[in-house]
Design a protein around this ligand. Structure first.
Ligand code: MG
Ligand code: MG
Length: 257
């Protein structure tokens, strides 16, 4: 069952989303050769405390950090440790917060120093695919209109979409119905309605869409062929008019601290 949110619930999610966006922008500004994933995670945790929000991932099924930090061939769910970034890397920063009982979830992929033209194109295509998917999040459309817009754009650019991990509804829980694949399948394909809140998150690979989960940490997801992968995500509300991105920085909504 898909939980529809009232305007006041969407307003609460907008505040959570704004806090999240402010923190993600700060993390983006830290990205350069020589910075460690641990430092980025520490900053995320400090800033989340500053806004009196709660990091959503920490402790989620035992996840040990505030952010997911996924470098190069890592797709999602990387654990930030003492790895140090170097020029030519890319890093996916996936972050969630809870504020006043509502979740927000967003991800960006950032190049470190100078990356190859192909990797730069991977990042551009993944981010544009996210916005093409968001554009379909309108009442009367179906879920697979989002999925299809993402898949079509990604594949027409010669890349692949990950099958094993998908987007999701979001609200008072981080993961609600529906699952939002980045490809058109044969499963649940509901009509979209005003009040739905959706975390849309294309994960795009240069090579095969197949991925493996690390057998030691049981978290880090990597491409099966070790080629690079990018990830972008926004939390979006379906409205009567245009889709509203809730994970945008609106400074006037940030709580006074
Ligand atoms: Mg996320
Ligand atoms: Mg998500």
């Amino acid at each position: 069952m898909i939980i529809l949110k009232s305007p006041s619930e969407i307003a609460a999610m907008r505040v959570a989303g704004s806090i999240l966006a402010a923190i993600l922008e700060e993390l983006r500004a830290m990205i350069r050769p020589g910075v460690s994933l641990f430092e980025i995670d520490k900053r995320a945790e400090q800033k989340t405390q500053y806004y009196k929000a709660i990091p959503a991932f920490k402790g989620y099924n035992g996840f040990p950090a505030s952010i997911c930090a996924s470098v190069n061939e890592e797709v999602v769910h990387g654990i930030p440790g003492n790895r140090v970034l170097k020029s030519g890397d890319i890093i996916g920063l996936d972050f969630g917060v809870v504020f006043n009982n509502f979740y927000a979830d967003s991800a960006i992929t950032v190049p470190v120093g100078q990356v190859s033209p192909e990797v730069d194109r991977l990042i551009q295509v993944t981010e544009k695919a996210l916005y093409l998917g968001i554009h379909q999040a309108k009442p009367g459309n179906r879920l697979y209109d989002i999925s299809g817009a993402i898949q079509q754009y990604v594949e027409s650019n010669g890349f692949s979409v990950v099958r094993d991990f998908v987007g999701h509804g979001i609200g008072r829980k981080m993961h609600e119905s529906p699952q939002i694949p980045n490809f058109v399948g044969n499963d649940y394909n509901p009509v979209l309605k005003t009040g739905m809140a959706l975390a849309i998150e294309p994960m795009v690979n240069i090579g095969t869409y197949e991925v493996d989960v690390d057998t030691v940490d049981n978290w880090t997801v990597r491409t099966a062929d070790q080629k690079y992968s990018a990830h972008f995500e926004h939390t979006v509300a379906v409205t009567e008019t245009e889709p509203e991105i809730l994970t945008l920085l609106r400074p006037e909504l940030l709580p006074e601290v």
